[in-house]
Design a protein. Structure first.
Length: 109
């Protein structure tokens, strides 16, 4: 993916179904989708709102734009700001308020 911050044409994926506050909407661009969806990578864009988050597969991401806070019951907090890298391990659950539209490059496996 070349110059991901310049990508404006993204596929409409859906509104988030686990909303707590607001109405976040997700779009993105898929670069790879492995057989049986066992792995995938691409660009993910999410508008502001607060929603429940449950990771079903390991996710490594590099936040490129926007701002969000992801926290779980154990007190772990990932503050996403531009140029932050993060790992959400399989089974991670919490809440993810997006304060400003987030754009991230991610790999899920």
């Amino acid at each position: 993916m070349h110059r991901p911050l310049d990508i404006t044409e993204a596929m409409d994926w859906e509104s988030i179904r686990t909303m707590i506050e607001g109405e976040s909407h997700v779009s993105g661009k898929t670069l790879h989708n492995g057989s049986n969806c066992q792995s995938e990578c691409g660009l993910w864009i999410c508008t502001p709102g607060k929603w429940g988050y449950h990771v079903t597969r390991d996710e490594v991401c590099h936040f490129l734009e926007g701002r969000g806070t992801y926290s779980n019951a154990s007190g772990d907090v990932i503050e996403s700001t531009p140029d932050t890298a993060g790992l959400f391990p399989r089974g991670w659950q919490g809440a993810g308020p997006v304060h400003e539209t987030v754009k991230k490059a991610c790999t899920i496996r």
